[in-house]
Ligand binder design. Structure first.
Ligand code: ADP
Ligand code: MG
Length: 329
């Protein structure tokens, strides 16, 4: 079937029929606005991310299902970084009329499959046609008790800097796709990142993280946001930056500086957080209990700025500053 035959309301109807019931949603898709029942005593956390064809994704590289998952994952990652429980989301689509109905069906299936894994419910959105590429906007709401919400501004001198997982894989995957490669774990990391929802929530519930952010623009840039918002600096232990075996093996073919993509590449969607030295072992244990290794990669300092320590690269200088949409390089 063609999109022109299905029409806007046919498409919305197809989407609505695939949404699982949720007792906290009093009025879902189909009315002028959705009505949801908030958990008493909780703050609402709201985040929104757009994915634009040609800017964030290339239809030749991703599958519709992975694009659907990723569109929700990047938002789940933001709620995770606040220590929140993700609950409800809105999906707005601008669709080129030439896009196939099968593509949209698989896209929605991928997205709603991931939504079910995280018990989040689609409650509405907007649908219109696009004269250029496909544009996807997801707005996700989460909740958390006020005392458990983790912001970017709580890092204190002496706190240890931790990161989940490994860094640079997604950026390496993008470089590989640009060179015409199609498979492998790095490409998988780029196309279908895993949001660290359980890790963020468990750290928040334990009251462990003094600050937290998800790494979407690269470690250096996102750590920079924590430092700026907290009014502190940090010493980064370069040799402790977690790199996957695949990344270590492949990176010499893509960059002369092995840390360039790990520090400056975006879209890892790992969590970067700070904890007091007394909470060090518990931070490792919590992440491990969620199935993710954490690494201690530095310490917060009173002295502003980011200093880099390394035995292997004594005079290391940052070559990349993370992704910035309005810069021309
Ligand atoms: P309105 O004209 O009041 O903006 P719409 O016709 O745009 O309403 O949407 C009708 C219903 O379908 C609303 O509940 C809206 O939230 C929902 N909706 C529209 N597009 C989507 C979408 N892409 N995904 C989920 N729900 C959608
Ligand atoms: Mg509308």
């Amino acid at each position: 079937m063609k999109l022109a035959e299905l029409g806007e309301f046919g498409l919305i109807d197809q989407i609505a029929r695939k949404v699982s019931p949720d007792t906290s949603v009093r009025i879902g898709i189909g009315d002028d606005a959705a009505a949801t029942e908030a958990t008493p005593g909780c703050l609402t956390l709201t985040t929104s991310d757009m994915l634009i064809e040609g800017v964030h994704f290339n239809l030749d590289w991703c599958t519709p299902a992975s694009l659907g998952r990723k569109s929700l994952s990047v938002n789940l990652s933001d709620i995770a970084a606040m220590g929140g429980v993700p609950r409800w989301f809105l999906l707005s689509l601008a669709i080129p009329p030439t896009l196939s109905v099968e593509f949209l069906e698989t896209f929605i299936q991928g997205m709603l499959g991931l939504a079910e894994e995280h018990s989040v419910t689609l409650i509405g959105g907007d649908t219109c046609s696009s004269r250029s590429g496909l544009a996807i906007s997801v707005t996700l709401m989460g909740e958390q008790r006020p005392e458990l919400v983790v912001s970017r501004s709580g890092a204190r001198p002496g706190d240890l800097v931790f990161v989940t997982g490994t860094l640079g894989d997604a950026a390496l995957g993008l470089e590989m796709l640009k060179k015409g490669e199609q498979n492998g774990p790095a490409i998988e990391s780029h196309l279908d990142p895993i949001p660290r929802v359980r890790e963020g929530l468990t750290l928040a519930k334990a009251g462990l993280a003094s600050s937290m952010i998800d790494i979407s623009d690269g470690l250096a840039a996102d750590l920079g946001h924590i430092l700026e918002m907290s009014g502190v600096g940090a010493r980064l232990l370069l040799d402790e930056i977690p790199l996957s075996p695949f990344y270590r093996e492949a990176i010499p073919r893509y960059a002369s500086d092995p840390y360039r993509l790990a520090l400056g590449g975006g879209e890892d969607y790992e969590l970067l957080f700070t904890v007091s030295p007394a909470a060090r072992e518990e931070a490792f244990a919590i992440c491990r209990s969620c199935g993710t290794e954490a690494s201690e990669i530095g310490v917060i300092t009173e002295t502003r700025g980011l200093a880099i320590d390394s035995a292997a690269f004594p005079n290391y200088r940052l070559s990349a500053e993370g992704y910035n949409h309005f810069r021309n390089d």
